[in-house]
Every structure is written in C-alpha cells, then in structure tokens.
Design a protein around this ligand. Sequence first.
Ligand code: RTP
Ligand code: MG
Length: 136
Amino acid sequence: MSERTLVLVKPDGVRRGVVGEVISRIERKGLSLVALELRTLSRETAEDHYAEHRERPFFGELVDFITGGPLVALVVEGPRAIEAFRALAGATDPVKATPGTIRGDHALEIGENIVHGSDSPESAAREIKIFFPDLG
Ligand code: RTP
Ligand code: MG
C-alpha cells in the first residue's frame, strides 16, 4: 500500500543549497515525487501548518524562521512514505540525529533542521491540503 507525505526543504535548506541533495536522497530511497513547488509562506499559512505547536514557547520563532525565505514543498509517495522520509530526515534535534541522515549531516540547531516530514497519515492529509489544495 502506497501513502503520501508532505516534505519541506525549509528556508535554511534552500539557503544552504541542499535542495538537490534532499530530492536525490528521496529518489535513491525509491520514493516518488508527486508535486514540487518553491514558495515563500505567509504567516497565516505557516501558523496553519504548525498549528499543533501554537501554544509552545518557540512558536513565534518557528513561524519567523519558516516564513523567512523561500522553501521547497514536495509531496512524496511510496510504501510507508511517512516513516521512510522521517528516517531519512533523522531526529528533530540535529545534534542527536544520526550522521548519515539529512539533519545528522547538515544541521546543528533544533530551530534550523533543514527538512520537515509529516508525522502521521492524518498530518500528511492535512498538510498536503494546505500546500497543494488541487492535488487529487
Ligand atoms: P517538523 O515538524 O519540522 O518536521 O519537525 P519534527 O516533526 O521533527 O518536530 P516537531 O516536534 O513537529 O517540531 C516542529 C519544529 O519546531 C522546532 N522546534 N523547536 N526550540 C525547541 O525546543 C524546538 N522544538 C521543536 C523544530 O525546528 C522542529 O522541526
Ligand atoms: Mg512535526
């Protein structure tokens, strides 16, 4: 059974020039690209995307960061795509992320950790609708 996940190469990943590498890792793993767009988020869209963190102390900084430059949004598909991409991404805290993962290889700060991947089928459906409302 195939499933879909929303992946973001966050503004730090675009600035650092690792968009191609992230896409390459997704493709090498055997996952497929269904949609891809470079865009800069409005605060409204960012707050919607990260709504689950609204009450957290870092929410303002998270929204500032994710709206601070262009990002690349992708819909990625494959068997257990949600879990598969989160394994490629590594732990949220890049210092704890295993070397060899995207975050483990490219980041040091929890607030600037290069990529996002949906964490459940429900999150994936909600997030894909935010970024790609026309996707069937
Ligand atoms: P993401 O949603 O971005 O894919 O990351 P995640 O599932 O691994 O982590 P999550 O718990 O959803 O947190 C979302 C983003 O918030 C930032 N964060 N900062 N300062 C902090 O303690 C803190 N904790 C989380 C991170 O940038 C994380 O990716
Ligand atoms: Mg998350």
